[in-house]
Design a protein around this ligand. Structure first.
Ligand SMILES: Nc1nc2c(ncn2[C@@H]2O[C@H](COP(=O)(O)OP(=O)(O)OP(=O)(O)O)[C@@H](O)[C@H]2O)c(=O)[nH]1
Ligand SMILES: [K+]
Ligand SMILES: [Mg+2]
Length: 481
């Protein structure tokens, strides 16, 4: 009775495996897993059926216990020439990263040593250098990791800040796989019950009210997924970097501020208004948060075609940014032109720059109050980008703002980190909603909606149709991972 369901599920998994076997031969692969270049230690990984045999040849049969570090002479498998002395670890499959028999060599990290060991491995029958991400790919094909865990692993290798590291590690450890698989299993059970009612509906073997239970389960699941989707995109924002846009009138000192934050001359600064045209981005690590600060063209009415394009880009960038900072100049009395006012709201933070050039007679406190009244800004800082005065205070308070904005959500153990996840979850939700609206007599169509919903979840974890995602993903790994 569950034939159609079972077939649908196994077919997609088989397609995946078949496709994979055609493109890569079942060989033993090896690679330098640490960065190339002189180092204290270099790690060479070997994975595949011949891994154990090869390492026995290269150590004269001395490796007997799995997962134990042996300090051995490494020899060329044919000539017997000693290449290095190394730590050798043997991981018999399936208890290895790839799920295959694997060996790890911790050799001396000299260029000639590494080359001699890699050359020796190349001389072995059925051995070849691994392709980019091939160890990870084998781990996926052997069901050691699902797609979300692989993505987590790729993110972990790319993580540049503490918060990104935490997020990636959680995902690599199954933070998303576990709930998504639990939800998918629940849906498959609901589907099985529905199929049973379709096949044996008239039969007295089917209890009364089983479909009521299915509706209850689906309703509960729908609630969980809707709640999960209602996350203000925090995981995606942190994974990709928090976009902070600096806007304001020309010559306010936006590019000067960007350069000060970047600690380099990232953008051109001049006393000519309208200097910046393109959006200039700088990546920062603010208290563990990945931040992408963008400097933009000064906003003013202009007839210069290139400047107009720059202003258009500035406005677009401000609209899509997560945090907006409006920079005004105190030497101009912190005037806010209509064109600037247009892009700011009460979520925008304000910096009053050029405190060093404040005209005598102007009270800073009065100017702050004026700006606060005009913009409704939550926070107004004063600083001098030229002397650096006030910049550290601003940065420290910015970290507090980031913490307040993201910390509680980051603590959520199940966080969507990619648009891909969101898309499939939305598809799943849509199918569940359609299911819940269907009249009882449309039970065959109802079963189909459940199948669509389960498949949508399966696409996130990689159980269904994911070849295209895999190709992109493995491109992010280096050789040796
Ligand atoms: N006195 C003083 N001058 C500053 C300060 N910050 C920037 N300037 C000067 O103001 C002028 C304009 O600075 P920019 O950083 O190019 O200004 P901008 O806002 O990027 O200008 P556009 O790109 O034209 O929109 C330059 O001559 C800077 O040296 C400051 O804190 N005090
Ligand atoms: K300028
Ligand atoms: Mg500029």
């Amino acid at each position: 009775m569950f034939r159609s369901l079972a077939l649908a599920c196994t077919r997609s998994i088989q397609t995946r495996k078949l496709h994979h076997n055609v493109i890569t031969r079942p060989q033993t692969i090896y690679a330098l897993s640490t960065s190339p270049g002189k180092a204290g230690v270099a790690v060479v990984r070997i994975s595949g059926n011949s891994a154990k045999e090869a390492i026995q040849k290269m150590t004269l049969g001395n490796i007997t216990e799995p997962r134990k570090a042996y300090f051995k002479r490494i020899r060329h498998p044919n000539s017997g020439l000693v290449l290095d002395r190394a730590l050798v670890l043997w991981f018999p499959g399936p208890h290895s990263f790839t799920g295959e028999d694997s060996v790890e060599l911790q050799i001396h990290g000299g260029n000639a040593v590494v080359k001699s060991v890699l050359d020796a491995l190349r001389d072995l029958k059925d051995f070849r250098m691994a392709e980019q991400g091939e160890f990870a790919r084998r781990a996926f094909d052997n069901d050691k990791l699902d797609l979300t865990e692989l993505e987590g692993l790729a993110d972990l290798l790319n993580a540049e800040t503490e918060v990104q590291r935490q997020l990636a590690l959680r995902q690599a450890e199954g933070g998303l796989r576990v709930p998504y698989e639990t939800w998918r299993e629940k849906l498959i059970k609901c589907m099985a019950t529905t199929e049973a009612v379709i096949d044996f509906g008239e039969d007295e073997n089917i209890e009364e009210g089983v479909m009521d239970q299915v509706v209850l389960d689906v309703t509960e699941l729908r609630g969980l997924i809707a709640e999960h989707l209602d996350d203000s995109h925090v995981g995606e924002i942190v994974r990709n970097g928090i976009q902070v846009a600096i806007v304001g009138p020309p010559n306010a000192g936006k590019s000067t501020l960007l350069n000060r934050l970047a600690k380099r001359e990232a953008a051109i600064v001049s006393d000519i208004p309208g200097t910046t045209r393109d959006v200039v981005e700088v990546k920062l690590n603010l208290g563990g948060y990945p931040v992408i600060v963008c400097d933009t063209a000064g906003l003013r009415e202009s007839t210069d075609l290139i400047e107009m394009e720059g202003i258009k880009r500035a406005k677009t960038r401000v609209r899509s940014s997560d945090i907006k900072i409006c920079l005004l100049s105190l030497d101009k009395g912190a005037i806010i032109d209509p064109i600037v006012k247009e892009v700011i709201d009460n979520e925008t933070y304000v910096i009053l720059n050029k405190e060093d050039a404040l005209k005598n007679g102007n009270s800073i406190q009065d100017l702050i109050s004026k700006v606060q009244d005009e913009t409704g800004a939550k926070k107004v800082w004063t600083m001098s980008c030229k002397t650096g005065q006030g910049v550290d205070k601003f940065l420290n308070q910015m970290i507090d703002i980031l913490k307040a904005k993201f910390d509680s959500s980051i603590g959520n153990p199940v966080l969507i980190t990619q648009a891909r996840h969101r898309e499939h979850l939305e598809d799943c939700l849509k199918a569940l909603d359609t299911f819940l609206l269907m009249p009882d007599e449309d039970i065959v169509l109802s079963a189909e909606e459940l199948r669509q919903a389960a498949n949508a979840l399966g696409r996130i974890t990689g159980r269904v149709d994911v070849e295209d995602v895999l190709d992109v993903l493995f491109g992010q790994f280096c050789i040796g991972k």
